[in-house]
Design a protein around this ligand. Structure first.
Ligand SMILES: Nc1ncnc2c1ncn2[C@@H]1O[C@H](COP(=O)(O)OP(=O)(O)O)[C@@H](O)[C@H]1O
Ligand SMILES: C[C@@](O)(CCOP(=O)(O)O)CC(=O)O
Ligand SMILES: [Mg+2]
Length: 405
């Protein structure tokens, strides 16, 4: 018998405040119903397997590391505790970098290196190749659990450390919809569910649910993974992926995020967003670093820019929170939101993270009097266009469009 754990975590859209949120401003975001799935499978001793395997199905790549080699090169392996997330030391990060270098990724796939590094770090820190982490008896059991957007299915039986980890996603990678955080959250959730299954709550209509403190742990580990991918993440993506639910009674479940703190926003305002993927590849880490460099060069000006974004995000929250009773009120609120999105986009351009393809979508949608802004790190990736709800039905809706230059 083998054991399998599966977990999923959603992507997100940022309605206002990306980049500025890294510098302490408020941002507004919501989880979307596109998920990254992680499956962990542990072979039986009869399988004679002695490797940790990673299958990245979206990019059709598979990697393998002999467990003995991981034990030999990773200095902190087996001494970490899954219950106390910590940052990757310089020594370990160098060791992981050389393991990833040995994979000889093609130039076009170099963006994957950070994701693979985050995987190695989370896997070996939470699960630990050298540690006995699970004391599951030799009986077979199957459980399913859901925690906000996290869902996992267990098939367990005792096994040893070699494992096969498969990752697949409904999100476009590196496009601003938070695939990096969804990967880190799903992976941390799957690994943590192994380390202490006793704390799971089985009462949720046959699904297991993570409690608040377990979710908190998932979120903290995922943040450590995001650090390896973004360099200096604000934590918004992993927090929304862990705690955000995509919608509730046909309304967006919108959250406000500032300095590591998440607040759920109560709303009865229907919102429709069109997501257009410019299909221009970009790298969040480089864009975040670029904004920080600009902030270092023009401290006072950039502080004002970040402050203006903070005001915009707070105004967006105010609009979303205010009760709307009729179609006229909704239209007025939508117009204000559209204007704030345009203002936010102007400030993102000021930070240097727009792109000619983003400007093309902005110009195109403007012909129809529709407001558009980039979402996520920018530099390409996805943009959001606010669609009036008076067109079509009411309720939470998200549509996707393609883009060709
Ligand atoms: N499903 C996946 N398979 C492989 N790598 C992934 C996957 N999801 C995320 N990644 C990693 O995350 C990186 C993209 O993260 P990032 O640049 O932050 O963009 P975003 O989070 O907006 O998608 C990828 O280059 C890769 O390293
Ligand atoms: C630019 C930023 O605000 C969001 C990045 O999102 P994404 O990786 O592009 O989906 C960075 C962050 O908050 O960590
Ligand atoms: Mg990301």
């Amino acid at each position: 018998m083998t054991m399998e754990v599966r977990a999923r975590a959603p992507g997100k859209i940022i309605l206002a405040g990306e980049h500025a949120v890294v510098h302490g401003s408020t941002a507004v975001a919501a989880a979307i119903d596109l998920y990254t799935y992680v499956s962990l499978r542990f072979p039986t001793p009869h399988d004679n397997e002695d490797a940790l395997k990673l299958q990245l199905k979206d990019v059709d790549l598979e990697f393998s590391w002999p467990v003995g080699k991981l034990k030999a090169v990773l200095p902190e392996l087996g001494i970490k505790s899954a219950s106390s997330p910590s940052s990757c030391s310089l020594e370990t990060s160098k060791a992981i970098a050389s393991l990833v270098e040995e994979l000889n990724l093609a130039d076009a796939k170099l963006g994957l290196a950070s994701g693979i590094s985050a995987f190695l770090w989370l896997y070996t820190s939470i699960h630990g190749c050298a540690n006995e982490l699970y004391n599951v008896s030799n009986t077979y059991s199957k459980h399913e659990y859901a925690a906000s957007n996290l869902v996992a299915i267990f098939f367990f039986v005792i096994s040893d450390k070699p494992a096969k980890v498969a990752v697949t996603s409904e999100l476009p990678l590196g496009s601003g919809l938070g695939s990096s955080a969804a990967l880190c959250v799903a992976l941390s959730a799957a690994l943590l569910s192994l380390s202490d299954s006793s704390k799971l709550d089985f009462s949720h209509q046959g699904w297991q649910t993570f409690g608040e403190s377990e979710l908190d742990l998932v979120n903290k580990w995922a943040f450590e993974g995001e650090k390896m991918i973004h360099g200096r993440p604000s934590g918004i993506d992993n927090t929304v992926s862990t705690f955000g639910t995509e919608y509730d009674e046909c309304l967006w479940n919108i959250v406000k995020f500032r300095s590591g703190e998440l607040t759920h926003i109560k709303t009865n305002m229907p919102l429709k967003m069109l997501v257009t993927n410019t299909k221009v590849g970009r790298n969040t880490k480089a864009l975040v670093a670029g904004v920080s460099e600009r902030a270092a060069r023009h401290g006072s000006a950039m502080t004002s820019v970040f402050k203006a974004v903070d005001s915009i995000s707070n105004e967006v929250v105010g609009i979303i929170q205010s009760p709307v009773s009729d179609d006229l009120a909704i239209t007025e609120e939508e117009e204000k939101l559209g204007e704030l999105m345009e203002m936010n986009q102007g400030l993102l351009q000021c930070m240097g993270v727009s792109h000619s393809t983003i400007e093309t979508v902005i110009k195109t949608t403007l012909k129809y009097k529709l407001a558009t802004k980039l979402t996520g790190a920018g530099g390409g990736g996805c943009v959001l266009t606010l669609l009036p709800t008076r067109i079509g039905g009411r309720g939470m809706e998200i549509s996707f469009s393609g883009f060709s230059s």
